[in-house]
Design a protein around this ligand. Structure first.
Ligand SMILES: [Ca+2]
Length: 491
């Protein structure tokens, strides 16, 4: 009997955690305070039962970094997935945390050290800008691992980062600056050239609004988009409404210039048939990217042909807020700064000098990250209407060059360009895919992603995404809406 009683105790003891969720409230962490530790029952927000911990981190006296860590009460997959933010952040990424938790991960997110999506927090708060730029993400990673270890009795066996846009920038910053924080990283549409993308969005704002003549009303986007597809859809060998490689599309909006004056605006919705000469120049500037007027050097690449339906994001009535805020609150420290005054020579240089690599995450040396077996999956929509997809290509190539060529890089880094996808999603192309599973297979089973299948929202079309520079090529028979009928091949 005594033996059976002891056995029963062992069985009961096995699933007991190292600490109850509530007891984590008294966990002592350096420069941090646990503000909440509560068990959340299954079903709330359709989530499994979990332990929710909130903490405030103060790595500097001016820091006020909020983080949350959610840990499954049962069925933990033994891993940690940190999720990234968008824009100037200022909020916990609840939706992304929910996705991670549902997949069995312990997950965390930070508000990056301030509340709200404006960069006004940075005025007079250089430490808070550092928190936003990289410190909050690193501190979160370190503290979250400690909290996870305290709850389960052992830390995560693997740690992943998953982010897009600003979250893609955070991803690359982590790989560059804290290569040991994560075993695998997903960097979507990274805004890692933060200064360049800010300069480009102001470039477009000026092209549209410096004197308003160049402004392209949204009613004309479909006119341009149709002309682009007519000119370039078939270049990839398949007329499917998608441009597989927009860099091969050399579309000049001049072909749409009005021959005998513009039609009255009231008729545009049905008859927008041409662009004024000034609008042609405006469109050219969106494609060309920002150019230094003195050196003629490109400061940041433009949007690609195919992105036109969503030009209103950066080419709309108002200057793009994320870029505008960067100049107002970080570069000029003047909330009344007017984007029309931006000089694309001296002010662009000032922006680079001011940032000095703080927010920017451009370091091409990822050898320490790859050296411990770290895997990096990067993706970017070719129709991204906010951050040029070529920014991803340029960074990828800079890493290859820094490593001394693709062969020296080992099998550690793959870039997937997504035809017809917008900024982190959306767009006309298949834009639903599972990068987390691809990263898991790569990291845990050493199965590098040879292709990742993407689908449209309605599931009507699927296509393989291919590791750059490969592209998806139609085999020549079968449905063009089925990924099985495509191979990844050299362009
Ligand atoms: Ca095509």
């Amino acid at each position: 009997m005594a033996f059976r009683f002891a056995l029963l105790l062992t069985v009961l003891a096995a699933p007991i955690f190292a600490a109850s969720c509530e007891s984590l409230a008294s966990l002592s962490l350096p420069d941090a305070t646990i503000t909440k530790a509560e068990s959340v029952v299954a079903g709330a927000d359709a989530l499994p039962a979990h332990c929710r911990v909130a903490a405030t981190l103060k790595p500097s006296s001016d820091s006020d970094i909020k983080i949350e860590v959610w840990m499954p009460a049962s069925g933990w997959n033994g891993k940690f997935q940190a999720v990234g933010n968008g824009g100037w952040s200022g909020a916990i990424s609840v939706n992304a945390m929910q996705e991670a938790l549902k997949s069995g991960y312990a997950t965390s997110s930070t508000n990056t050290g301030h509340e709200g999506g404006s960069a006004s927090f940075a005025l007079g708060h250089p430490e808070k800008l550092i928190d936003y730029a990289w410190r909050s993400e690193h501190e979160m990673a370190v503290k979250a691992k400690t909290i996870i270890a305290a709850f389960y009795g052992s830390g995560p066996k693997l740690s992943y980062w998953n982010g897009c846009s600003a979250g893609g920038k955070q991803a690359l910053k982590e790989a560059q600056k804290f290569p040991d924080d994560f075993d695998g990283i997903i960097a979507g549409a990274p805004g890692n050239n933060w200064t360049g993308r800010a300069i480009f969005t102001m470039w477009v704002a000026q092209a549209m609004h410096k004197d308003e003549a160049g402004y392209i009303p949204p009613e004309k986007y479909s006119l341009i988009h149709k002309a682009v597809l007519e000119a370039c859809d078939a270049i990839d060998g398949l007329k499917d409404g998608l441009i597989e490689d927009p860099t091969r599309c050399h579309f000049d909006p001049k072909v749409l210039e009005c021959k005998s004056g513009d039609a009255p605006r009231a008729t545009w919705s049905s008859e927008a048939s041409c662009l004024t000469a000034a609008q042609v120049e405006g469109a050219r500037k969106i494609y060309s990217g920002a150019i230094n007027p003195r050196t003629k050097q490109q400061l940041f690449p433009g949007l690609e042909p195919g992105s036109e339906p969503n030009w209103s994001v950066i080419g709309g009535p108002r200057p793009f807020a994320i870029g505008n805020d960067f100049f107002k609150y970080v570069v000029f420290k003047d909330p009344s700064w007017d984007f029309k005054t931006l000089n694309f020579d001296s002010d662009a240089a000032l922006a680079e000098k001011t940032d000095a690599g703080l927010i920017n995450a451009m370091d091409p040396n990822l050898k320490p990250f790859f050296g411990h077996g770290g895997k990096l999956i990067q993706y970017h929509g070719w129709s991204d209407w906010q951050i040029s997809p070529l920014n991803s290509v340029h960074y990828y190539e800079s890493v290859l060059e820094s490593a001394g060529g693709a062969s020296k890089l080992g099998d550690s880094y793959r870039l997937f360009m997504v035809p017809g996808m917008g900024h982190c999603g959306g767009g006309e192309g298949p834009n639903r895919f599972d990068m987390v599973s691809a990263l898991e297979q790569w990291t845990e089973q050493h199965k590098a992603p040879e292709r990742i299948v993407a689908s449209t929202r309605d599931g009507a079309r699927s296509r393989p995404l291919c590791p750059y520079p490969q592209v998806a090529k139609y085999k020549g028979s079968g449905s063009i809406d089925d990924a099985a009928n495509f191979v990844c091949a050299a362009p």
